[in-house]
Design a protein around this ligand. Structure first.
Ligand code: AMP
Ligand code: ZN
Length: 472
């Protein structure tokens, strides 16, 4: 049996993956802060965790994925106040948008999506344990984790121990800060006027949790104190994940996570895509440009997760060509109806077996997806040279292989009949909306709707008999 090998950020080495419980994987991925629409850089992190999950499932594991929703922090509180609505009302909109977006991107839903505001009690419990174990102190009504009480602090981010001892004297109330300022971090923030009506009572006084304790409490509740895999973007490594490790291991005195996996950033013109830099696209922005959800997913998936991904619209268009090549091949395969056997089919059948084998070698080797896709395209190229000889048996075997690939990539149309049914209602609704917009001479809106339909793979034609549509 082949083995799955993953690069563990904690040991900085590739390691053979061995689950704690045979056949099962417990996995936690840091989810979105629901203060706005997630941008396409955020989605790289979620598509990566989806890819990892699908590869583990391909191997035969039963994966339990937990992805949290950060629905209380400085940004959500500030924005809800500016909009004069409650925190819950404000975050609800972005929680819903997030679920809609991950569905669009073909990301499988997590087994649980716990929201931070539903787990305040669990967070308080861990802070109390940390206090009991001598890892905390209070200052100005807030509770801090004292990093000097946890000798392993800095292992994940590979911080220099000596520098830490000399330099880590301060404390931070902010949730995010850089490596150069490793400091005691906040577990419970004392209430300030700025928090408005957002606060909880606790044994440490009125206030709210720090960001890091949220993930500690929710991962441990749904996956146990010790679980297999934790993922996030590289920017989560420090301080967020470092602090999670400190909190859990200092509270429970046992190992927290066996494998830490981090995906590199999606960058634009050499810089990380981020809200604060203003260099971002949301998924909706891209769909409005007429780009397909499959091509966007493919672009996010097809380069290695530990390499920076340079985002370009041109790249998404190239992804579309790759997808079209596969879809076109499958479409033609389905038309085959031949029963005669011959050497060409024997040879192709052997090539499909080899492709399956090589595909496993690639994806099980730390998710080498470009190599895995290379296997698929080489097979298609070879099959195309003798396409007219393919018989039904080879056809079925080939489709089965592409289905396997697609269970992981999830960008190709193999069995689109089912999908067709459940989007017709939406297509008709959009066409109606477009007709109405045209009647009202709102041509910009009409164009936007046409582009949205295009991104769904729907082409519309205005005819004297009314609007007609077809799938591209
Ligand atoms: P946030 O909502 O900022 O907490 O980010 C949610 C997730 O998206 C985290 O795992 C981040 O590491 C990840 N992330 C944010 N920006 C990028 C980016 N440009 N490329 C890849 N991942 C990102
Ligand atoms: Zn987290």
């Amino acid at each position: 049996m082949k083995e799955i090998v993953l690069y563990n950020s904690l040991t900085r080495e590739k390691e053979v993956f061995k689950p704690i419980k045979e056949g099962e994987v417990g996995m936690y991925s840091c989810g979105p802060t629901v203060y706005n629409y997630a941008h396409i850089g955020n989605f790289r992190a979620y598509v990566f965790s989806d890819l990892l999950r699908r590869v583990l499932e391909d191997y035969g594991y039963n994966v339990k994925l937990v992805m949290n929703l950060t629905d209380v922090d400085d940004k959500t509180i500030k924005n809800s106040k500016e909009n004069h609505i409650s925190l819950n009302e404000y975050t609800k909109k972005y929680k819903e948008a997030f679920f809609e977006d991950i569905k669009t991107l073909g990301i499988k839903k997590a087994s649980v999506n716990p929201a931070a505001t539903d787990h305040i009690k669990e967070m308080i419990d861990i802070i109390e344990l940390l206090k009991k174990n001598g890892h905390t102190y209070e200052a100005d009504g807030s509770v801090y984790f004292k990093i000097s009480t946890f000798p392993q602090y800095g292992e994940l981010a590979n911080l220099d121990k000596q520098e830490l001892l000399e330099g880590a004297s301060g404390r931070v109330l902010n949730d995010e800060y850089d490596k150069e300022n490793a400091s005691d971090f906040v577990l419970w923030k004392a209430y300030t006027e700025e928090d408005g009506d957002v606060y909880w009572d606790s044994p440490f006084g009125k206030g709210r949790p720090g960001w890091h304790i949220e993930c500690s409490a929710m991962s441990c509740k749904y996956l146990g104190k010790h679980f297999d895999i934790h993922t996030g973007g590289v920017d989560n490594k420090f301080p967020h994940h470092e602090n999670e490790i400190a909190q859990n291991e200092a509270a429970f005195n046992e190992k927290f996570v066996n494998y830490w996996l981090h995906c590199e950033h999606l960058i634009v013109d050499g810089e990380k895509m981020s809200k604060s830099k203003g260099n971002f696209y949301t998924l909706r922005d891209l769909l409005d440009k007429g780009l397909s959800k499959e091509a966007i997913r493919y672009s996010l998936i097809n380069s290695h997760y530990r390499k920076q991904l340079n985002f370009t619209i041109e790249g998404i268009k190239q992804s579309q060509s790759a997808i079209d090549r596969v879809n076109d091949f499958v479409f033609r395969l389905k038309d085959i109806n031949k029963t005669d056997t011959n050497e060409i089919n024997d040879k192709l059948s052997k090539e499909i077996d080899e492709a399956n084998d090589k595909f496993s070698d690639s994806v099980y080797n730390d998710l080498n997806i470009s190599e895995a896709l290379g296997v698929l395209f080489t097979l298609i190229k070879n099959a195309n040279t003798s396409f007219d000889s393919i018989n039904n048996e080879t056809r079925d075997k080939m489709i089965k292989f592409i289905e396997r690939v697609n269970n992981i990539i999830n960008c190709f149309k193999i069995n689109d009949e089912e999908e067709n049914k459940d989007d017709e209602e939406e297509i008709n609704k959009l066409i109606e909306e477009r007709s109405l917009a045209k009647k009202e001479k709102n041509y910009q809106k009409a164009d936007e709707i046409r582009n949205k339909l295009l991104s769904m793979g729907i082409e519309i034609m205005d005819t004297p008999q009314g609007v007609k549509w077809k799938r591209k």
